[in-house]
Write a protein that binds this ligand. Structure first.
Ligand code: FES
Length: 105
């Protein structure tokens, strides 16, 4: 599935990410700046914060309770904020668009 990552400066990366990988892993593997992922995907650092495009938010399933509480530690949280290590890539997410927050740049 193709995922589009948009950096805070507007630079856009359209990447083919493997099914089963997280949106965070897709970014790290392709060296996309703006996702730090300090904890390596354990939902324990909030440095993989992204803004999911509003049209896609429902399709990603929304954050779990654990993710919600970790999001409290992210900066500039918005209604469509997610931790990208907690979004699994599936065929249904082909075309997903996420924006990367300025604070992680
Ligand atoms: Fe740490 Fe996502 S990588 S919370």
């Amino acid at each position: 599935p193709k995922i589009t990552y948009i950096e805070s400066n507007g630079k856009t990366h359209e990447i083919e990410v493997k099914t089963g990988n997280s949106v965070m892993e897709g970014a790290i593997k392709h060296n996309i700046p703006g996702i730090d992922a300090d904890c390596g995907g354990a939902c324990a650092c909030a440095t993989c914060h992204v803004y999911v495009d509003a049209e896609w938010f429902d399709k990603t399933g929304g954050p779990s309770v654990m993710e919600e509480s970790m999001l409290d530690f992210a900066q500039d949280v918005e209604p469509t904020s997610r931790l990208s290590c907690q979004i699994r890539v599936t065929e249904a997410l082909d075309g997903l668009i996420v924006r990367l927050p300025e604070s992680q740049h």
